[in-house]
Design a protein around this ligand. Structure first.
Ligand code: DX5
Ligand code: ZN
Length: 222
């Protein structure tokens, strides 16, 4: 079995020194960098957009796992590609034409992902499972770091695990929100292959990042 990928969410980093923070989590063993883009409209919070991502790009070679919490998405797809996003994940509720958006992300040279809010069923993935490279299960309602893990989402992970296995495709099954040393092993047991963690990685400052990332990977500690 492939080791689970850890994708620290820079939402919990020090925004005054994002470049430094990204270099620190890269050195601490992050597999991808999770970049949360929020527009104050699709979710009740604001972060940053393509110009900031473009400036962060030279600080690491790790994949930029960009999670868009914006609506609409389509007018910005080219901008995220140019800024250096590798995976671009969208919420189906952000636009009327999910399949078209996925095609546009692929055509722009990125890997498309679909994010499911806690209230959005796994079945939304069925018609597009042949077209995507990542499914992101939100285990909190999106908008903020540091919220509590919503247990019911583990059942959805199990359902998606079965759907992905049946598809025979190589799709990353990622979970985001409230992941820590206690919840991550349970998400892995349910079938995820990637863990997003913000507060659990960035707590304690740069000296703690490597241990914080290790704590999310139970099979490596064993
Ligand atoms: C929430 C974001 C998450 C967030 C996770 O809307 O999508 O990526 O940063 O933060 P923690 O790990 O603190 O729950
Ligand atoms: Zn996220």
């Amino acid at each position: 079995m492939k080791p689970v990928l850890i994708s620290p969410s820079i939402l919990s980093a020090d925004f005054a020194k994002l470049g430094e923070e990204i270099r620190a989590i890269d050195a601490a063993g992050a597999d991808m960098i999770h970049v949360d883009v929020m527009d104050g409209h699709f979710v009740p919070n604001l972060t940053f957009g393509p110009p900031v991502i473009e400036k962060l790009r030279p600080h690491t070679k790790k994949l930029f796992d960009v999670h868009l919490m914006i609506a609409p998405v389509d007018p910005f797809i080219q901008d995220f590609a140019k800024a250096g996003a590798d995976i671009l994940t969208v919420h189906p509720e952000a636009g009327a034409h999910l399949h078209r958006t996925i095609q546009a992300i692929r055509a722009a040279g990125m890997r498309p992902g679909v994010a499911l809010n806690p209230g959005t069923p796994a079945s939304v993935i069925e018609p597009v499972i042949g077209d995507i490279d990542l499914v992101l299960v939100m285990s909190v309602n999106p908008g903020f770091g540091g919220q509590s893990f919503i247990e019911s989402q583990l059942r959805k992970v199990e359902q998606l695990r079965r759907m992905i296995d049946a598809s025979g495709r190589d799709i990353i099954l990622e979970i985001d929100g409230g992941l820590n040393a206690e919840t991550a092993p349970r998400a892995i047991a349910a079938g995820v292959t990637a863990i997003v963690a913000g507060s659990a990685v960035f707590k304690g400052g740069p000296d703690a990042y490597a241990a914080n990332i290790r704590a999310l990977r139970p099979q490596v500690n064993a």
